[in-house]
Design a protein around this ligand. Structure first.
Ligand SMILES: [Zn+2]
Length: 180
C-alpha cells in the first residue's frame, strides 16, 4: 500500500490577508469516498483532522455520513475552478488548543506548515516544538511526534482529478465493509 493513493482533499484558494487572524489558505475540507469517488464535505477542521489521522487504516466511505450511501449524490462536484490539494493522510490530530496551519507561499512554490500554540506562539519546526514544550511544563504531556510539518505538494497544474486507486479501498472493504 502506498500513501499516494489515499486522497484527502481540501479546497484552497487565495484569501485576503486582512481577513482572519491567520493566513490559513484552506477554507473547505472534503474527503473522497474510496468506493464511488464522490465528495463529502467535512464541516470542521477538528472533524477533518480526526478523519485524517487514521485515513490509511480507515478510508472514507459515503455511508459514514449519516443517511448517505454511494447511491446518493456527493456534496460537491468536481470543479476545475477550484484548487484541490491532496492532503497527507495519517497526520496526528493537533494537540488540544494547538492549531495546525497550512500557509501557501505567494509564489505557489510550496506550502509551509506551522502550529499556533494556545499562547499564540508560532511553531515552525521540530526545534520550535521542543523548545516550547520545555518552556511550558503544563504542555509536557504532549508528544512532540504529534506535530507534523510535512506539507502537501502543490500539483503542477493546480488541479487534481485523478481518482484514488481502487486497490487500497478494496483491501479495506473486504475486511470491513459489507457491500450488498
Ligand atoms: Zn461512496
Amino acid at each position: 500500500m502506498t500513501g499516494g493513493s489515499i486522497w484527502v482533499k481540501m479546497e484552497s484558494r487565495q484569501v485576503s490577508r486582512s481577513v482572519g487572524k491567520t493566513n490559513d489558505v484552506v477554507d473547505l475540507y472534503a474527503v473522497q469516498c474510496c468506493i464511488c469517488f464522490k465528495w463529502s464535505t467535512v464541516p470542521t477542521k477538528e472533524e477533518y483532522e480526526t478523519i485524517r489521522q487514521s485515513f490509511k487504516e480507515d478510508p472514507w466511505v459515503c455511508f459514514k455520513k449519516q443517511g448517505r450511501s454511494c447511491d446518493n449524490p456527493g456534496d460537491l462536484e468536481y470543479d476545475t475552478s477550484r484548487m484541490w490539494i491532496a492532503d497527507k493522510p495519517n497526520i496526528p490530530k493537533s494537540p488540544p488548543g494547538f492549531n495546525r496551519i497550512l500557509s501557501r507561499r505567494s509564489d505557489f512554490s510550496k506550502f509551509d506548515v506551522y502550529y499556533i500554540t494556545p499562547t499564540g506562539k508560532k511553531l515552525r519546526g521540530p526545534a520550535d516544538v521542543e523548545k516550547f514544550l520545555q518552556e511550558y511544563p503544563r504542555f509536557k504531556d504532549i508528544n512532540p511526534s504529534d506535530f507534523v510539518f510535512s506539507s502537501p505538494k502543490i500539483p503542477k497544474e493546480m488541479i487534481l482529478g485523478t481518482p484514488a486507486e481502487r486497490g487500497d479501498c478494496e483491501t479495506h472493504s473486504n475486511k470491513k465493509l459489507k457491500r450488498s
